[in-house]
Write a protein that binds this ligand. Structure first.
Ligand code: GLN
Length: 472
């Protein structure tokens, strides 16, 4: 039986599986057929697992035993920086090309308990460093809306898995926008949860104070289903939140817009127009909008591109050619390190290691890292104050639509694409990217997205406003 994947969502598929409209094996096979047709061109999966149908069979057995979990039998795509025991996990890097994970990430353990089916591991920027998936050591992922364009990144493979019907739901990771920016480039939903809501155990670390695992889906309802499945306190990650009873904001429906950031140069005119239309739509739905001043929000990029490389340089020190993955022999231990890291890491990863080592070095620590941490606290305070006046902060998700593969050769110009997304990571807030229509470029309609941020722990508010916006 061929399952019609176009209109399928996780919620619908679960009902249909329970009603025996199709089996988990038939559903998984339909995705495998689609992957067979499209993966060569789009480069979404770095590996499709060999045991997909076995996993689906196990799910069918549970279904026939009368079990029903929200993700039972649901085919998912997993970003290639999340560990599945016994499967390769490369972070799209040569240094880990043949590395096999020795344990399951906590999120995977949780999904396995629900009987989810893992289709494969998806392409991304190397060690999640990038905004287009062009930094993958295994070639870029192509955007299914226009294959000459990037998918966004770093979770580009997971985004196209959803937009091209190559999975029903996906996990990505977001350190500065890597779930939300590709979601907006591909016309899907992407949620970065509150820092600490989802365990980072088993996520290959980039910037530990910023990293979050989150869902990428077709609908808000599906994002909610995955978030509920993967969140919770974890003794393997001491930064997970023990008390999820955050003060709940009364939804008085007010939205703050930092126009100072949105009106700056570098934001595409059509992105601004689309954003203004979205604001109008929200107003017509009864939301009050208000210009809020977050005077230091413009410092986000500078803060992020100091703190993130600092943490990444320290996290990536473990890849020494001895403990994990690639080993290149030199004449002594030092040369082993130099050769392994010199050949194993790509240019963007090396750039960030150098930058991070520099800002942490004793002569410069206070001038850069120390200052960035101070600025981070100031930004946190500004958001706390803003949320005394409004329930949400709204921005476009990215200042531009998906660009042509190879178009941006200067890494700084790609960093600028993070201007709206990074603050949520710096401050630890939950943020969601929701499709807001398309803009026409060279006769192609390219998806755009808007981003809602809410106070810590208030994902429910994000789901509520996004459902209204999308009329779900
Ligand atoms: N584009 C950002 C960067 O290059 C964000 C990456 C991410 O969120 N993993 O760092």
């Amino acid at each position: 039986m061929k399952v019609d994947l176009d209109s399928l969502t996780i919620a619908k598929a679960r009902k249909m599986l329970d009603e025996k409209k199709f089996s988990a094996v038939e559903l998984a096979q339909s995705y495998l057929d689609e992957i067979e047709k499209k993966n060569k061109e789009l480069n979404v999966y770095l590996e499709v697992f060999g045991d997909v149908l076995e996993q689906a069979k196990a799910a069918d057995k549970l279904i026939s035993d009368g079990e029903s979990y929200p993700l039972l039998g649901i085919p998912l795509a997993i970003k290639d920086n999340i560990l599945l025991q016994g499967k390769k996990v490369s972070a799209a890097s040569k240094i880990l090309e043949n590395y096999v994970a020795t344990y399951d990430a906590t999120v995977i353990e949780k999904l396995k308990k629900q009987g989810a089916v893992f289709l494969g591991r998806t392409n991304c920027d190397e060690f999640a460093m990038g905004g287009s998936t062009e930094n993958s050591a295994f070639g870029p992922t192509r955007n299914s809306n226009d294959p000459s364009r990037v998918a966004g990144g770093s979770s580009g493979g997971s985004a196209v898995a959803i937009s091209a019907n190559l999975a029903l739901g996906a996990l990505g990771s977001d350190t500065g926008g890597s779930i939300r920016e590709p979601a907006s480039f591909c016309g899907i939903v992407g949620l970065k949860p509150t820092y600490g809501r989802v365990s980072r155990n088993g996520l290959i670390a980039m910037g530990s104070s910023l990293d979050c695992i989150g869902p990428m889906t077709k609908t808000i309802e599906d994002a909610e289903i995955i978030l509920n499945a993967i969140s919770g306190e974890d003794k393997e990650d001491s930064t997970t939140i023990t008390d999820l009873t955050y003060p709940k904001h009364k939804s008085n429906k007010s939205i703050g817009i930092p126009w100072n950031l949105i009106n700056q140069d570098g934001v595409d005119q059509k992105v601004k127009e689309n954003f203004k239309e979205s604001v109008k739509k929200l107003e017509s739905l009864g939301y009050k909008t208000k210009d809020i001043s977050l005077p230091n929000i413009g410092l986000g990029l500078a803060i992020y591109y100091i703190i993130m490389p600092a943490e990444a340089s320290s996290n990536l020190a473990r890849f020494d050619g001895v403990k994990y993955g690639l080993h290149v022999d030199g004449k002594d231990l030092l040369e082993d390190y130099l050769k392994t890291r010199g050949t194993g890491f790509g240019p963007e990863v090396r750039r960030r290691i150098l930058l991070g080592t520099y800002v942490l070095s004793s002569g410069y620590y206070d001038a850069y890292y120390g200052k960035a941490q101070t600025a981070r606290s100031i930004l946190r305070k500004e958001f706390d104050d803003a949320f005394k006046q409004v329930d949400f902060v709204l921005t476009p998700t990215a200042p531009v639509p998906a660009w042509k593969i190879g178009e941006k050769s200067d890494p700084l110009s790609i960093y600028l694409a993070d201007v709206f997304t990074i603050t949520a990571n710096i401050v630890g807030l939950p943020a969601i990217s929701v499709p807001s229509g398309t803009m026409e470029v060279l006769k192609k309609n390219l998806p755009l997205g808007i981003q809602f941020m809410a106070p810590h722990g208030n994902e429910e508010l994000l789901f509520e406003v996004s459902k209204k916006f999308l009329q779900e």
